[in-house]
Design a protein around this ligand. Structure first.
Ligand code: PEP
Ligand code: MN
Length: 347
């Protein structure tokens, strides 16, 4: 290259840096605008489009008008996308922010892969203790089990309620495990808070914003399941309802979404794992039991979930699944759960 060509090349590089800095500054201003009184009042995309149009009119007639228009189109699109992603969100993962790790009763979730397992429903002390003991011997420390059950039919078993909570607490205390249980109704908050370590919000309640706000006022981790018809953005915004009230101990759970497919109970969306991890700092759990409703494909899906970055897998187990009061098809007996743990977690 001649000296003057080198000089011109250098000028171009400088200009590129200036453009990059200007774009960054432009995004920062948009963030600040949105931060002022949340979106609607101060950030108006149509106003921004008009402003960009005005700039473009100045280039009209110039040789490069079309190229400038294309570039500004991209700038505008990037700005609009940024606004949808919600830069002001508390649950948004900042660049370089490490993933959240929570310690519950001395057990950590968010770093080494965990299994959250237990019966679908707490049915008796004996049943819960048998599953807990077996899981504990397999190295599992997070015991799940429903005391308040969201059943499709109002005539199906609805859970042992407070009695179930007490059983859950007793068994987890005896074994040194973490109690994970679902809350359906804000009126049960205090009762559940007395006995549980992690609140689970089920798929049917992901859109129950009053419940989410209430959990935002507690100081225990919330395992928030994806609604069965919810987009990932809706799941993230549901998490924001919790975080906005001050509780940022959130665990997101992919448990399958409803689709046309009939061979599985739901359709497991594994893309959710890396997408949620990229956008939020929260650990992601994959519930392969409710996602599939069948035991024969849980091992490969659990492996895939962990490979995709899941902090934990969730499954269900019962001493006698055929007699279980809920979800018979997907609960593993005490032999099956041993084989499952071996296949998924053995080094
Ligand atoms: C559960 O985990 O017990 C449960 C009811 O799951 P989901 O809300 O995902 O259906
Ligand atoms: Mn279940």
């Amino acid at each position: 290259m001649t000296t003057s060509a080198q000089q011109l090349r250098g000028e171009l590089n400088d200009m590129d840096r200036q453009i990059a800095r200007l774009l960054q500054g432009r995004f920062d201003i948009l963030d600040r605008l949105r931060g002022e009184g949340a979106a609607a009042s101060s950030y108006d995309p149509s106003e921004e489009a008009r402003a960009v149009d005005a700039v473009l009119r100045e280039t009209n007639g110039s040789r490069d008008a079309e190229a400038v228009r294309r570039v500004f189109g991209e700038v505008f699109r990037a700005s609009a996308e940024r606004s949808e992603a919600g830069p002001g969100l508390r649950v948004r993962r900042a660049p370089g922010q490490p993933g959240s790790v929570y310690e519950v009763r001395g057990h950590r979730i968010g770093d080494a892969p965990q299994l959250i397992a237990g019966p679908c429903s707490i049915e008796s002390y004996e049943q819960t203790r048998a599953v807990g003991e077996r899981l504990h011997s397999l190295g599992v420390r997070f015991l799940r089990g429903g005391a308040y059950k969201p059943r499709t039919s109002p005539y199906a078993f609805q859970g042992l309620k407070e009695e179930g909570l007490k059983i859950m607490r007793q068994v987890t205390d005896e074994l040194g495990m973490v109690a994970v249980t679902e809350i359906l109704d804000p009126r049960d908050l205090e009762r559940i808070d007395r006995h549980a370590d992690v609140f689970q919000v089920g798929t049917r309640n992901m859109f129950n914003y009053d419940l989410l706000r209430l959990l935002g006022e507690t100081r225990k981790p919330v395992l928030l399941k994806r609604g069965l018809m919810a987009t990932l953005e809706e799941l993230i915004l549901a998490a924001e309802y919790i975080a906005e009230r001050g509780n940022e101990q959130i665990i997101l759970c992919e448990r399958g979404v409803r689709s046309f497919e009939k061979w599985t109970r739901n359709t497991l969306d594994l893309a959710a794992v890396p997408l949620l991890l990229a956008r939020t700092p929260f650990p992601v759990v994959v519930d392969v039991a409710h996602a599939t409703g069948r035991k024969d494909i849980m091992v490969p899906l659990a492996r895939a979930a962990l490979a995709a970055g899941a902090a934990a897998v969730m499954v269900e187990s019962h001493p006698n699944p055929a007699l279980a009061l809920s979800d018979n098809e997907q609960q593993m007996d005490l032999e099956e759960i041993g084989r499952f743990v071996e296949a998924v977690f053995a080094p």
